[in-house]
Design a protein around this ligand. Structure first.
Ligand SMILES: Cc1ncc(COP(=O)(O)O)c(C=O)c1O
Length: 413
């Protein structure tokens, strides 16, 4: 299979592919067609080398030592924080907390923010959230007697903004919504969310796990209070991500976890805390992975982000055109503004079977509830199959996916 077809924009996809060693693999005797990018993306040599380089040449614990290696590692770790700041266009690196990923970042906000709330206060999420943006709020609500409210999703997979406006009232304390759905691909209208939130001066958290990969992100333009994302979907290491918090939120919120490095002083009777962001980074962090995330960001920044978006959308359009020829195939999520994620079901075939047969053709897709069970219930399915595209995918791969799916259908139905 050749991997090159006409790609719009300025990306040299063939050269980009050459930077990802894993893409040379064959799966079941076929070239790997990796379309499980919404779950986790593959890593370029630049990121792999950056992480390996830490352990090989310059590794020690951060923020603690006075020796050369400790200083070098601390510098590289803090430089990665600056990479995150620049990537998000946050005003200050002190507004960036390293976390294990989006999940930990949302748990941090849910835990710290909700501690100060009173029974009856309300938090708004939506039916299209990943479990990471549901369960932390459920836990906080149950612990504090808070009320969790759900914005409805329309049949096409868009947020029902009028319903959101109806839900917001003087008891609403926070709106936590995904920026881009990991199942539907829907890109939510953040300006509209902000306008609705502003009527009652409600802070907004955006889950940027998918959007940070596929869209240019500017937290100041988004005008959000909190933004979270995760490194492994952004061609970076797993187990590392970040939280951005606007203004002095990090000063005002109580700590999430206690331990070393997040304190100013510890006495037998009480503890005082370090300034943000360190107040939220208890214990030894994922040092090499944070440095690897910085490398991933610098790698992504080499490419024109609008060109990436157009390339991925062209891949999606190509696949959607092919899928429309398959009888009984239904795409779940047809929003106007949509990133390169296609969830579908096929009458008479279970998504798990589809994924397994596609694997025989070397095509990796995800099948299941995608950690979004309330959304599955809303869309009337228990699971879907999902193909999700990344910077290194090609038109030939979009075609290979459709061909393999047609063959799977013949086999299954
Ligand atoms: C929309 C969304 N939110 C949150 C997460 C959780 O990310 P992580 O598991 O890296 O914390 C994911 C990952 O699938 C996601 O797609």
């Amino acid at each position: 299979m050749t991997h090159q077809a006409k790609i719009p924009g300025a990306l040299n996809v063939e050269a980009i592919r050459g930077e990802f060693p894993i893409l040379e693999r064959e799966i079941n005797g076929k070239p790997l067609v990796y379309l499980d990018n919404a779950a986790s993306a593959q890593k370029p040599e630049f990121v792999i080398e950056s992480v390996a380089g830490v352990y090989r040449a310059s590794y020690a614990n951060v923020h603690r030592g006075l020796h050369t290696l400790a200083n070098e590692t601390t510098e590289a770790f803090e430089a990665a924080r600056e990479d995150v700041r620049r990537f998000l266009n946050a005003p200050s690196a002190d507004q960036i907390v390293f976390t294990r990923g989006s999940t930990e970042a949302i748990n941090l906000v849910a835990h710290s923010f909700c501690q100060k709330l009173a029974p009856g206060d309300e938090i708004i999420i939506s039916q299209m959230e990943h479990h990471s943006n549901i369960v932390p709020w459920r836990l906080a609500c149950d612990a504090g007697g808070l009320v969790l409210k759900w914005v409805r999703v329309t049949d096409t997979g868009e947020l029902d903004y009028e319903h959101l406006a109806d839900l917001v009232n003087e008891k609403t304390r926070l709106i936590a919504l995904t920026h881009m759905s990991n199942v539907l691909g829907t890109v939510n209208d953040t300006a509209r969310i902000r306008t609705i939130a502003s009527h009652h001066d409600v802070p907004v958290l955006l889950d940027g796990s998918q959007s940070a990969v596929h869209l240019p992100v500017d937290v100041q333009a988004l005008d959000c209070d909190f933004f979270v994302f995760t490194g492994h979907k952004l061609y970076g290491p797993s187990g590392i991500g970040a939280l951005y918090a606007r203004g002095d939120w990090l000063e005002r919120l109580p700590p999430f976890m206690g331990g070393g490095e997040m304190i100013a002083d510890v006495f037998e009777t009480h503890v005082t805390f370090a300034d943000a962001p360190h107040k939220f980074e208890a214990g030894t962090p994922a040092i090499a992975d944070a440095i690897g995330l910085g490398a991933a960001i610098r790698w992504v920044e080499r490419h024109d982000r609008t060109a990436i978006m157009e390339h991925e959308r062209a891949l999606m359009d190509r696949a959607v055109a092919g899928l429309s020829e398959i009888d009984g195939l239904r795409i779940i999520g047809t929003a106007q503004d949509k990133g390169a994620i296609i969830s579908f079901d096929m009458a008479g075939a279970h998504p798990h079977d589809i994924a397994q047969i596609l694997d025989k053709y070397g095509v990796a897709v995800r099948a299941g509830h995608h950690c979004a069970q309330p959304l599955m219930a809303r869309m009337g399915v228990s699971a879907t199959a999902r193909a999700s595209f990344a910077i290194y995918n090609t038109m030939d791969e979009a075609d290979a996916f459709v061909d393999a799916l047609k063959k799977s259908r013949e086999f299954l139905i």
